[in-house]
Design a protein around this ligand. Structure first.
Ligand SMILES: NCc1[nH]cc(CCC(=O)O)c1CC(=O)O
Length: 320
């Protein structure tokens, strides 16, 4: 590619260390796939509402695209060519004119416990304090340990680890994928099994977003797209979309592919106190990923009944 700055491939990202690590991974894979060098790319760092609002739980701040909107605006106004996101931060409905054009091979989907008072979640003393900003993780912890006190714990991975170190909480939960990408996996004191801690839809995957009509960027990212991750994410995102993806509902989903064209889907919704859980499993051809995810969502909606979600609207069930 010519060295003229007009030819630079502009990659939009948030500025956290994790976001930058993800943007660099996309850049490096693109460079390898096309015989390009770092000098052919520009990393454009942007701040999102999710980065600026630190004092409230994400579920209260609400709104779709909390970590993506400003970056999507930059795509739509042609200030960047592609955006790199944690797939789990990307809303199920994208702004008109944008598409998810590639997914990188998925990292480990599991959550980890980082404990100070104990190495294992089960060994925390009665009434210990666990910090998490995620309603899903809060509900899953409450389900196993109703005695624990859950507090809102915002900030990027480093900030949360510093708060833990400072003694603000006795333990916290993080995505192993993020720790791996930061080279910080050794801070985990327990890797949580997906049986008890199924991940958020999309956890561990990096998504590339671009303009729908942008053939140049589509061709650029095609070689770095990982088809299996795309299939898993298609099912998990269809599930989330069917359930409305309200950030106020703890939702978990995990797709496994057997490598022979079959897909195994597990999806759950919980009440925030973890006392009630609805779970579904679906199995089918990987080629029907979207329909399987939707079917799983519909079956949970039917099982949980309208009151499950109506309770939220009416405030009958409160976020912890
Ligand atoms: N906005 C939070 C967020 N979005 C993606 C990740 C981790 C990386 C991933 O799931 O791919 C994290 C941090 C965490 O959950 O610990």
């Amino acid at each position: 590619m010519a060295a003229g700055s007009s030819d630079l491939i502009r990659i939009g990202t948030r500025g956290s260390r994790l976001a930058l690590a993800q943007a660099h991974e996309v850049r490096d894979r693109l460079a390898r796939a096309h015989g390009l060098s770092e000098a052919d790319f520009e990393i454009v760092v942007m701040s999102t509402a999710g980065d600026r609002i630190q004092d409230r739980p994400l579920s209260e701040v609400g709104g779709k695209g909390l970590f993506t909107r400003e970056i999507e605006d930059a795509l739509l106004t042609n200030r960047i060519d592609l955006a790199v996101h944690s797939a789990k931060d990307v809303a199920t409905i994208l702004p008109d004119g944008l598409v998810l054009s590639a997914f990188l091979p998925r990292e480990d989907v599991r959550d980890v416990f980082v404990g100070r008072a104990a190495r294992r979640l089960a060994d925390l003393p009665h009434g210990a304090v666990v910090g998490s900003a995620s309603l899903r993780r809060q509900a899953q912890v409450k389900r196993l340990r109703p005695d624990l006190k859950l507090v809102i714990f915002r900030g990027n991975v480093q900030t949360r680890l510093a708060k833990l170190e400072a003694g603000e909480v006795d333990g916290t939960l993080l995505a192993l994928a993020g720790l791996n990408r930061l080279g910080l996996a050794e801070v985990a004191t327990e890797i949580l099994d997906t049986a008890d801690f199924p991940p958020a839809p999309g956890q561990g995957a990096i998504a590339v977003e671009s303009r729908a009509g942008d053939a140049r960027t589509a061709a650029l990212v095609a070689p770095i797209h990982h088809a299996e991750t795309g299939t898993a994410l298609t099912a998990e995102r269809a599930f989330l979309a069917t359930l409305d993806g309200s950030c106020r509902t703890p939702i978990a989903a995990h797709v496994r592919l057997d490598g022979a064209g079959r897909l195994d889907f597990r999806g759950l919704i919980l009440t925030p106190d973890g006392a009630t859980v609805f779970e579904t499993r679906e199995e089918g051809p990987a080629a029907e990923a979207e329909a399987i995810g939707r079917r799983a969502g519909e079956s949970l909606l039917a099982e949980a009944g309208p009151d499950f979600f109506a309770g939220w609207a009416a405030g009958a069930i409160r976020p912890i």
